[in-house]
Design a protein around this ligand. Structure first.
Ligand code: FAD
Length: 486
């Protein structure tokens, strides 16, 4: 009786904040993970995660085919970016992290139909050892002279953006762009070196140019800095595939917070409240996190803020096609050692890059199998995604026959198409992000995350999702206590 008449000291329901998350790729899942951890710790919040497809994880997708582990999307991430590995440790799957087999690391570039190894000491597109580049068949005599001369490049400061190709051309000439920079960026970003912004994609090269002049000397300094930790593998992956990360997050989320096959159609902001329309119904929220391809985010926000919607719509994307092919032990024995090869556009092939998966990582194929992963598409070949799967396999096999003399029939093939999945940070990207951020401030409680903004790789997406969750919690005045994780 006394309790019934006691004054309400703490109105939990009134304090409860509702947050919508739109998009269930690794970015949206990372946001959901943070909110879930805080909810479990007693922070008064609820969230709903909308995902248009019937599964979570977005492009993180792993398949097990005839004893091989096939990655449909990303196959690994850069070890030096800690956010994905940290998340795995928080999720209790740190023991599943595996490093690339760097002792086997050797990458080739296809030059006039032949695989030429990238010389030792070529870090990304910067030679830090002169001799291996001087003796390499990758470069002509004039490029070799440029590599030596680059050591004396004067420092240069500039605030304006430019393409990666422009910077590399200034230091090493056009051959370095055609044979190294462009194929690397096509393989990593599905991008084009003459379009991608150096400030957004390779800011460290810009800093080195302004501090040291020579990129070679700058890179050497960075590389020689004393490192306390033991040498890390370049790439990290998961023993059981990249989907392990998204599965581990999904395993933590209550089913009641997730709406699968339920695409958000509009996101509106009225009277300091957000409403999300999906599946013929509308729900109200105090905050919204949009973790989507930027033009799709723009479409959803068109009614809420047209100018923001247009800026988001202006971020361009390329599409990717991944083809996995498995072969028997004879093929494995005949293939070159190393991680794989890149194809400059001047070679006129549709394949952009090939990974020898069986060499790059353990736990990917039995010892008597070769597993190849081929990339097609990108901004160089947007039509590739329109081809039928049969045609894609035909093209890939024909090109592998020419390049690797690989005539054997594959034991299996898989084709994965990812339409508009790779954001392109073109020249001016950072200026556009500043504008987007200014416009976003007109919509309090909105957070944007995903690969469209400040990093396309899985670790960057994890970071962006976590930051988005923390930013809406802080906007809503929710406490953000430190979390105890296992
Ligand atoms: C082929 C490929 C290879 C890659 N390789 C690597 C690699 O090796 N290493 C690396 O670090 N990175 C790699 N990346 C990049 C990285 O994987 C991606 O940038 C990252 O996974 C994107 O995550 P995301 O959550 O931002 O987007 P996505 O994974 O695209 O997720 C977005 C989600 O939103 C959903 N959605 C769309 N519209 C709606 C709507 N209206 N309502 C609700 N939901 C919606 C989609 O179904 C999807 O699930 C690769 C990418 C691709 C495509």
């Amino acid at each position: 009786m006394f309790l019934l008449h006691a004054p309400k000291l703490f109105d939990y329901a009134a304090l409860m904040k509702r947050i919508a998350i739109i998009g269930g790729g690794i970015s949206g899942l990372s946001a959901a993970y943070v909110l879930e951890q805080h909810r479990r710790a007693g922070v008064p919040l609820q969230y709903v995660l909308y995902e248009s497809s019937p599964r979570l994880g977005g492009v993180l997708r792993t398949e097990h085919v005839e004893g091989c582990l096939v990655e449909a999307g990303p196959d690994s991430f850069l070890t030096e970016k800690p956010w994905a590995s940290d998340l795995c440790r928080e999720l209790g799957i740190g023991d599943q992290l595996i490093g690339s087999n760097d002792a086997e690391r050797k990458t080739y570039i296809l030059i006039r139909g032949r695989l030429v190894p990238m010389p030792d000491g070529l870090l990304f597109m910067v030679p830090i050892k002169i001799l291996p580049s001087a003796f390499s068949q990758l470069f002509s005599f004039s490029t070799k002279l440029r590599i030596i001369g680059e050591w004396f490049h004067p420092p240069r400061n500039s605030d304006s953006d430019e393409s990666v190709a422009a910077l590399v051309q200034r230091h090493y000439g056009s051959e370095m762009v055609e044979r190294v920079a462009d194929p690397l960026l096509a393989g990593v970003y599905g991008g084009d070196a003459s379009q991608l912004s150096v400030r957004a994609v390779l800011p460290r090269l810009r800093e080195m140019e302004s501090e040291y002049g020579s990129l070679g000397r700058g890179m050497l300094r960075a590389f020689r800095k004393p490192r306390k930790e033991k040498k890390q593998p370049i790439f990290t992956s998961m023993k059981n595939g990249m989907q392990q990360i998204s599965d581990a997050i999904v395993g933590r989320l209550p089913g009641t917070s997730i709406r699968l096959s339920d695409p958000a159609v509009t996101v509106r902001y009225n009277d300091k409240a957000w409403s999300v329309a999906a599946g013929g119904a509308e729900q109200k929220f105090d905050s919204a996190i949009i973790a989507l391809h930027a033009p799709t985010a723009g479409k959803l926000l068109r009614g809420a803020h047209n100018e923001l919607a247009s800026e988001l719509g202006a971020i361009s994307y390329s599409s990717s096609v991944i083809v996995a092919l498995a072969f028997d032990e004879k093929v494995r024995a005949a293939l070159p050692p190393g991680f794989g090869f890149l194809v400059p556009r001047s070679e006129g092939e549709r394949i952009l890059a090939v990974t020898f998966v069986h060499n790059k990582f353990s736990y990917r194929s039995p010892d008597n199998r070769a597993l190849l992963r081929c990339f097609l598409g990108g901004s160089r070949d947007e039509q590739a995604i329109e081809l039928s799967e049969e045609e894609i396999v035909r093209v890939v096999r024909q090109e592998l026959r020419q390049i690797l003399y690989l005539t054997a029939d594959p034991l299996f093939t898989r084709v994965y198409k990812w339409k508009n999945a790779m954001a392109q940070y073109n020249v001016g990207h950072l200026e556009r992000l500043e504008k987007i951020e200014q416009l976003r401030r007109n919509l309090p409680g909105l957070a944007l995350c995903g690969n469209a903004y400040r990093g396309i790789g899985v670790p960057d997406c994890v970071r962006s999702g976590k930051e988005a969750a923390e930013s809406v919690m802080s906007f809503l005045g929710l406490p953000i206590p430190p979390l105890i994780t296992n």
